[in-house]
Design a protein around this ligand. Structure first.
Ligand code: LLP
Length: 436
């Protein structure tokens, strides 16, 4: 049987000669110019996603903002794009703060997350002028208050609340349940406690609340449930403590398509539904709807990314499996090893040969170094062929490593058909540069 191809994203197509194009650009000249493995980003697609989000929140809410969750991909060029598109950002480390600043991002619109900010992190972020801290727990709140007071400033904070919702996704990214390392739970009374504490401290200014139920979420109901729980909490806090939240951040998490069987989420429609619900429910509760924040990461950049590999060894083990080795692996894509995430992998040059079931593996010294198991590829696939792994724009470069001392691939941006290097390929010298 011939391979039935799955073009899971609108920025992919084959040209007349059968070559795969991404963002309107043929892939083999890019492999030749930059080498493989190679991360590519379709800048036009990223901008399109930002505009969809911003357009939707402006249409359906009176007051709302979109923050790009930059842990999904956090290099300078991306922060520049976010700045140009008018997105806010969420950052989780001093490295992300530094990169955003380098890109000229106005940090007064940045939200600093993490469940364990060190004193140094807090000092760094306050000194860098980060506008908002999303505070995970009471210890952290005391540290922020102390450090802000030493500097004579008042630091705006949101409190991360655990709404107790199961987002029906994989365990590593489910964060909204009470049994979670993140946030303060409503159910245990800790959310109320930390709110009273925040209101009692003199160098923090409580602005509102935050929740994030999980990532790679497809069930729209999850957001409605989270919104209901959080609005009930806002109302409860208003009644008990006479504090009305100005901001309510309902996190990120909208799922993306790695394979054809996963649905495509209509962002505009999802935001319309969340907005309709929140507006009506706030009215029912008799409170003013706070400014609503969304924090998408994956759904902004995932399908704007693609990784190009060159095939090396092809090993067929009679009675067992066929292994197609590529020149990357778990170092540039750890997501199958970590989460068993599905991927679509396509040959760059179309082949007329029958399809065969193979596992695509990397070149690390580890059996778990697998990009995808039991997927169809043309049986003609052999050394030197190019393969494209789709939907690699989120949590790939940002989770990549130098295991086995493998240099990280470069990142190339495609915009209006033109390619531009954003991050160069690492060299062996780079890998030793920090050794003293
Ligand atoms: N806001 C908060 C507080 C988060 O923790 C996250 C993701 C997001 C927003 C963005 O979620 P997104 O829209 O990207 O789903 N490494 C995992 C994903 C970890 C997600 C962590 N938090 C993966 O590769 O699937």
């Amino acid at each position: 049987m011939l391979l039935k191809e799955k073009m899971i994203c609108p920025n992919l197509e084959r040209d007349k000669s059968g070559e795969l194009c991404f963002g309107g650009v043929r892939l083999s000249p890019l492999a030749e110019k930059y080498g493989t493995p190679l991360y590519l980003y379709d800048e036009d697609r990223i901008r399109d996603r930002c505009r969809t989000y911003i357009g939707a929140v402006n249409k359906y809410f009176e007051s709302a903002r979109v923050l790009y969750a930059s842990k999904a991909a956090s290099f300078t060029r991306l922060y520049e794009i976010m700045r140009e598109e008018g997105m806010g950002i969420d950052v989780v480390s001093i490295g992300e703060i530094y990169s955003a600043r380098k890109a000229g991002f106005d940090l007064s619109g940045a939200y600093f997350h993490s469940n364990n900010k060190t004193d140094y992190d807090v000092e760094y972020a306050i000194d860098a002028g980060v506008g908002y801290f999303v505070v995970d727990n009471a210890e952290e709140l005391y540290a922020i208050d102390r450090i802000a007071s030493e500097r004579g400033v008042s630091q705006k904070v949101l409190l991360r609340i655990t709404p107790g919702i199961d987002p029906h996704t994989y365990a590593a990214v489910a964060t909204g349940k009470v049994d979670s390392k993140f946030g303060s739970a409503i159910e245990t009374g800790q959310a109320l406690e930390i709110t009273s504490l925040a209101l009692s401290l003199s160098s923090v200014k409580l602005v509102g609340f935050h929740c994030h139920v999980g990532s790679q979420v497809f069930d729209a109901d999850v957001y409605l449930k989270a919104a209901r729980v959080m609005l009930d909490f806002v109302k409860d806090i208003f009644d008990r403590l006479d504090f009305l939240a100005e901001e309510l951040d309902i996190g990120g998490g909208f799922g993306v398509r790695y394979v054809e069987s996963q649905p495509e989420i209509d962002i505009d429609k999802s935001i319309m539904e969340v907005a309709a619900f929140m507006r009506a429910y706030a009215r029912e509760l008799g409170i003013t709807l706070p400014t609503v924040l969304f924090e998408p990461g994956r759904s902004i950049v995932a399908d704007a990314g693609l990784t190009l590999y060159t095939v090396g060894t092809v090993k067929r083990i009679p009675g067992y499996k066929s292994y197609v080795s590529v020149d990357g692996g778990m170092t540039d894509n750890p997501r199958y090893a970590l989460y068993g995430s599905p991927y679509t992998i396509l040959p760059v040059i179309e082949s007329a040969s029958e399809s065969e079931t193979v596992s695509v593996v990397g070149r690390c010294c580890e059996s778990g170094d697998i990009i995808q198991e039991n997927i169809p590829l043309p049986s003609s696939v052999s050394r030197g062929d190019l393969l494209a792994c789709l939907t690699t724009g989120a949590y790939h470069y940002s989770m990549s490593s130098n295991y086995n001392k493998l240099p990280r691939p470069p990142v190339v941006m495609l915009a209006g058909g033109v390619d531009k290097l954003a991050i160069r390929r690492e060299t062996p010298e780079d890998l030793c540069a920090l050794e003293v």
